[in-house]
Every structure is written in structure tokens, then in C-alpha cells.
Write a protein that binds this ligand. Structure first.
Ligand SMILES: [Zn+2]
Length: 169
């Protein structure tokens, strides 16, 4: 009986928890986010807490799309400086390859604590990509590099090393 009551409490707290922290995710970005989380699992990176810090993961027509001033994706922050919204320009959604690169770029800013890796190069975290298709063609390598050189992953590796050293003593 006790077990049953406990299970019921856990169940109701999950419901309350999810009602408070709901994230609005655009259906076109959901499969990409799911794919991104699969890689997080592979590399042992926890993402639930960061997911529920978000309000929206959205495709929008509010980002600039002019010659010399195009923003394909961005993150917006609240007053405390924490990322609240991940926004992707609708123009990026015209091509699935571009949408994938731009989405992973923005997801990595939030979930992997990334800043940009370079100004102009063919990497997912470049400020500008010379060619999204070069990145997409080399996708498996690109994603691997994105994860294993990410600030979150490197921090985890340091902890693992430290724990191993502490354990040896
Ligand atoms: Zn960026």
C-alpha cells in the first residue's frame, strides 16, 4: 500500500512539474531536437534541465533577411542572461540541410555552452558558413567534432579525470 501511495505522489509531481515548465517546440524542429538529444545521450550530456529552462524553440519570420544582414538563427536571453528562446529564421527551413545545420548551431549554443569557433569556416559553430552543404556533406564528422570539443563535454572529461585520479589514491 505504501508503495502505491508513493507511486501516486511521484506521478502527480511529474504532472505538476511539466505543467509549470512547458516548452513550446515547433513541429518542424522537434525531429532535429530529438536527433540532437540522441547525440547528447551518446556523449553522456544531460539536457533535461536546460530543456525546461526554455520557453520556445521556434521557427519565426521576425529575424532579418536582407543582403548583408541575414540572421538564420539566434538565441534570446532573459534579464538574468539565461537563454530563453531558440529562434530559427523561416528562410532556413526552405532547405532541410540548412535547417539541420542552423538548428544544431543554435541548440549547441544552449545545450553545449558553445560560443563560436570561427568567423568564416565550414564548421557548425562558425559565425558564417561559406557553404552549409559542405557541412551537411561531412555531417557525421561535423557532429562528432561539435560534441567532443564542446565546453560541456570537455568539462565532463575533466571531472572524469579528476575522479579517476582521486580514486587511485
Ligand atoms: Zn551562433
Amino acid at each position: 500500500m505504501k508503495k502505491y501511495v508513493l507511486a501516486l505522489c511521484l506521478f502527480s509531481s511529474v504532472i505538476i512539474g511539466s505543467a509549470q515548465d512547458s516548452v513550446d517546440i515547433d513541429g518542424r524542429l522537434q525531429p532535429l531536437l530529438t536527433e540532437f538529444f540522441k547525440y547528447c545521450d551518446i556523449y553522456g550530456i544531460e539536457y533535461h534541465e536546460k530543456l525546461f529552462q526554455l520557453k520556445n524553440v521556434d521557427i519565426t519570420n521576425s529575424l532579418p533577411l536582407e543582403e548583408g544582414n541575414t540572421v538564420l538563427g539566434m538565441v534570446t536571453r532573459n534579464v538574468e542572461g539565461n537563454i530563453e528562446n531558440i529562434l530559427i529564421n523561416w528562410a532556413a527551413s526552405i532547405d532541410p540541410e540548412i535547417l539541420k545545420v542552423v538548428s544544431f548551431h543554435e541548440f549547441a549554443h544552449h545545450f553545449l555552452d558553445y560560443k563560436h569557433t570561427c568567423e568564416d569556416c565550414d564548421e557548425i559553430m562558425a559565425v558564417n558558413n561559406a557553404s552549409y552543404f559542405n557541412v551537411a556533406r561531412d555531417w557525421d564528422n561535423q557532429v562528432k567534432k561539435l560534441f567532443i570539443t564542446s565546453p560541456v563535454y570537455l568539462k565532463l572529461q575533466k571531472k572524469v579525470t579528476f575522479n579517476n585520479e582521486a580514486g587511485e589514491k
